[in-house]
Design a protein around this ligand. Structure first.
Ligand SMILES: Cc1cc2nc3c(=O)[nH]c(=O)nc-3n(C[C@H](O)[C@H](O)[C@H](O)COP(=O)(O)OP(=O)(O)OC[C@H]3O[C@@H](n4cnc5c(N)ncnc54)[C@H](O)[C@@H]3O)c2cc1C
Length: 441
C-alpha cells in the first residue's frame, strides 16, 4: 500500500495510523484540531472526562506501544491491581478477582499525548491540519479525500490527497454515511438507543489519604433496581499530577451539574473512597459536566454495495454508553482487526467486508453488554432484543453472585474488561456456580 489516509487524529485515528504504519509506505492523518499538548480539542470535548482503560485495552496498548506503561507511570500515572482496584455494586465491595486485572490511573489527555507522540514519532506517519469535506471516488473505490486546510473554511481552498485506503476516524458525528448516501451507495442502517446519561468530572488534590487505591468504581445494581438509592454512581482514579479524577453519573433528571457543592453532596452519598475524598474537599479545578444522549452503531455491512478502499473505526463506527468504559478498548480492538485483515494480503482497493466482519464481532459484544444493562433503566425505552426478560433475570443473578463469589466475579470482570464475550456469563459452569452461591441453604 502506498498511502493510507486517516481522517481524525483522536484516539481511534491514532490507533489506526499505528497499525497502518506497518503496512503502508506512508500514513497521513488529517485532523482539524491543533491538538497541542494540553488542549482538549474542540472535536472531542469529552477528553476532559474521566477515562478508564479496561484490562483488554491495557493489553492492546502494550501490544502496539511496548513499554508505554512505564513511560506513563514515569509521567505520574499509577497502575493498580488486587485491592488497589475496587468495584462496588449497590454500595457493597465486590469479591476479589483471580487473577487480578491491572488498571491504569491516568487522564485521557496524558494517555493520548503519549500515544500521539509515539505515533507521530514513526518515520512514515505525518499529520496535516485540515477538515475532511468528502471522498474522491474512482471506479467503485475510494481513491482519495478532499479537505480544507483551515478547519473553519467552509469549502474554500479545498485540497485533495490520493490514497489506497481511507479510514474514517471522525468520531460519532462523522459525515461519512451522508457522503456515501449522497453519492448513491444507499442509506447506512443505524442502531440507536437513547440513554440520556449525564456525566461530570472534577479533579481533587491527592495527598496521603488512600495511598494504595488506584481505581474505585460504584454502580447501582439489582438490589436497588439499578437506581442510585443505595449509592450514587461514580468512580475515582489516582492520576498524574498527584490528583484524584472523580466522575459522577446519572440518567435523565438525575444528571449531575457543574455546582461544586452539589458534586460534594453526591460524593458523600457514594461509596467510602469517594466519601473520604469529599470530606477533604480539595478541588483542583472546576466540575465539568457532559451529556451523552444515545448509543449508536452504524451497520456498514448491511449496505448492499460498499466502495473499496474505505474502512471505519472508533466512535464513527460505534459509540456505546461510556459508563462501561469500552470506547478506547473498542478503538484498539478495531485497529487490531484492521491489521489482521490487511495482513491476509487482501488488496486495500476492494470493499473491506472482511474488516467490517471482524470489527462487528467486537462492536456486537460491547453493544450487547451496554444495551442490556441500559435497558434496566425505566426511562430507556428499547429497542428490546429477543429474550430480553430472561437475559435480564439471569444477568441480575450473575451480578448478585459476583458480589459474593470470586469465581463468578472473575468471569464477570473478564466480560466487563472485554477479555471474554458476554456469552461467557451464560456458560453452564457460571450458571451452576451462581445458583450455588445464591440458593445454597
Ligand atoms: C463522557 C464520556 C466518557 C467516556 N469515558 C470513557 C472511558 O472511561 N473509557 C473508554 O474507553 N472510553 C470512554 N469514552 C469513549 C471514548 O471517549 C470514545 O470512544 C473515543 O473518544 C473514541 O475516539 P474516536 O477517535 O473514535 O473519536 P473522537 O475522540 O470523538 O475524535 C474524533 C476526531 O475526529 C476529528 N474530526 C471530526 N470531523 C473531522 C473531519 N471532517 N475531518 C477530519 N477530522 C475530523 C475530531 O476533531 C476529533 O479529533 C467516553 C466517552 C464520553 C463521551
Amino acid at each position: 500500500m502506498r498511502r493510507a489516509i486517516v481522517l481524525g487524529g483522536s484516539f481511534a485515528g491514532l490507533m489506526a495510523a499505528r497499525v497502518l504504519s506497518d503496512l503502508a509506505v506512508e500514513v497521513i492523518i488529517v485532523e482539524p484540531d491543533p491538538l497541542e499538548p494540553d488542549s482538549l480539542g474542540r472535536g472531542a470535548p469529552h477528553r476532559g472526562q474521566l477515562h478508564a482503560l479496561l484490562a483488554m485495552g491495557h493489553t492492546q496498548l502494550e501490544r502496539w506501544f511496548p513499554g508505554i506503561t512505564d513511560e506513563l507511570t514515569a509521567a505520574g500515572a499509577r497502575t493498580g491491581s488486587g485491592s488497589a482496584v475496587q468495584f462496588y455494586v449497590d454500595g457493597v465491595l465486590k469479591a476479589p478477582v483471580v487473577p487480578d486485572s491491572t488498571m491504569l490511573g491516568a487522564t485521557r489527555p496524558l494517555l493520548e499525548r503519549h500515544v500521539r507522540s509515539r505515533v507521530l514519532g514513526l518515520p512514515n506517519v505525518h499529520q496535516v491540519r485540515g477538515r475532511a469535506r468528502g471522498l474522491t471516488l474512482l471506479g467503485g473505490r475510494v481513491a482519495g479525500v478532499r479537505y480544507t486546510a483551515s478547519a473553519d473554511d467552509d469549502g474554500v481552498l479545498e485540497e485533495s490527497l490520493a490514497a489506497d485506503l481511507v479510514v474514517d476516524a471522525m468520531g460519532k458525528a462523522s459525515r461519512l454515511a451522508s457522503w456515501l448516501s449522497d453519492d448513491g451507495w444507499g442509506v447506512v442502517p443505524v442502531d440507536r438507543m437513547t440513554v440520556d446519561l449525564g456525566y461530570a468530572t472534577a479533579a481533587f488534590r491527592r495527598g496521603t489519604e488512600l495511598p494504595d487505591l488506584v481505581i474505585a468504581h460504584s454502580s447501582p445494581g439489582p438490589s436497588s433496581g439499578y437506581q442510585p438509592t443505595l449509592s450514587e454512581a461514580g468512580a475515582l482514579a489516582a492520576v498524574e499530577g498527584d490528583r484524584w479524577s472523580v466522575v459522577l453519573s446519572g440518567y435523565a433528571d438525575h444528571a449531575p451539574n457543574r455546582d461544586p457543592e452539589e458534586f460534594l453532596a453526591r460524593m458523600r452519598r457514594c461509596v467510602s473512597p469517594l466519601r473520604q475524598i469529599a470530606e477533604i474537599g480539595a478541588f483542583d479545578g472546576p466540575v465539568e459536566p457532559f451529556r451523552f444522549r444515545q448509543s449508536q452503531r452504524r451497520n456498514y455491512l448491511r449496505l448492499l454495495q460498499f466502495p473499496g478502499g474505505l474502512v471505519v473505526v472508533g466512535d464513527a463506527l460505534a459509540s456505546v454508553n461510556p459508563i462501561y468504559g469500552q470506547g478506547l478498548t473498542l478503538a484498539m480492538l478495531q485497529a487490531s482487526s484492521l491489521h489482521a485483515y490487511l495482513r491476509t494480503g487482501v488488496s486495500p482497493h476492494v470493499p473491506a467486508r472482511g474488516y467490517f466482519q471482524r470489527a462487528a464481532a467486537v462492536v456486537n459484544a460491547a453493544w450487547q453488554l451496554s444495551t442490556t444493562a441500559d435497558l434496566a433503566q425505566p426511562h430507556v425505552r428499547g429497542p428490546y432484543p429477543p429474550g430480553y426478560a430472561m437475559t435480564r433475570w439471569v444477568g441480575d443473578r450473575v451480578i448478585e453472585a459476583s458480589v459474593r463469589d470470586s469465581a463468578v466475579n472473575t468471569v464477570f470482570m473478564d466480560v466487563l474488561h472485554m477479555r471474554a464475550r458476554p456469552q461467557a456469563l451464560s456458560r453452564p459452569r457460571v450458571l451452576l456456580r451462581t445458583a450455588q452461591v445464591l440458593f445454597r441453604p
